[in-house]
Design a protein around this ligand. Structure first.
Ligand code: FES
Length: 208
């Protein structure tokens, strides 16, 4: 049988599977491994995940379709989630949403014509209320948004490789370390514009 997944993806799924007492516990990181490498979850890819985790395909599909962060069709190279929950709404999220829709030329849930961005307005709090309005780009927080900052962020990503390569949990741990408070005295610390891109190495494609 021809495999829908590369040997590297299969190895990553097996590595995730072997971290848990029960193989089914690895279903979310296994799906991330597929989506991070391929860009979306195909039916054949989900069947293969099920085989590797000793599950029924329907069990894997149930997880994949429950969470909105998984794509069931090819998506843009970069993924943008804009928060429209209370804190962000009070700080102008609607303007950010309208600006994104205009500058990317497509409504929420769709992909820009150049296939660079798939974006989505979400009412799920992204956990960055202190920097509202906020969005997530390839799993990284961007905060204190203005239309100009949104344009700058998107322009910097156009043509750049997608930042795939590790399940979000591992990425989040790296972000936390990269963004840990520095020893700079509070009085001289510059006002933060955004959490996290500072000091982070830019994406490498093909890393799993
Ligand atoms: S309400 Fe937008 S990040 Fe919490």
């Amino acid at each position: 049988m021809t495999s829908a997944l590369t040997a590297e993806i299969r190895a990553e799924i097996e590595r995730q599977r072997d971290r848990y007492p029960q193989a089914r516990s690895a279903v979310i990181p296994a799906l991330w491994a597929v989506q991070n490498a391929v860009g979306h979850l195909s039916p054949a890819g989900m069947v293969e995940v099920a085989m590797l985790l000793h599950l029924e395909p329907s069990e894997v599909e149930a997880v994949a379709t429950f969470y909105s962060m998984y794509f069931d069709k090819p998506a843009g190279r970069h993924h943008v989630l804009v928060c429209a929950n209370v804190s962000c709404a009070l700080r102008g999220a609607d303007d950010i949403v309208a600006h994104l829709e205009q500058s990317l030329g497509c409504p929420s849930g769709e992909t820009s014509d150049d296939s660079e961005f798939t974006w989505e307005r979400t009412v799920e709090c992204l956990g960055a209320c202190g920097g509202a309005p906020a969005m997530q780009v390839d799993h990284h927080s961007e905060e204190n948004l203005t239309p100009e900052r949104v344009d700058a962020i998107l322009d910097a990503l156009r043509g750049a490789p997608a930042e795939y390569g590790a399940p979000p949990a591992e990425k989040t741990a790296r972000d936390a370390a990269a963004n840990a408070p520095r020893a700079t005295p509070a009085a001289t610390r510059p006002a933060s514009k955004s959490s996290p891109r500072r000091g982070r190495p830019r994406p490498r494609s093909g890393d799993l």
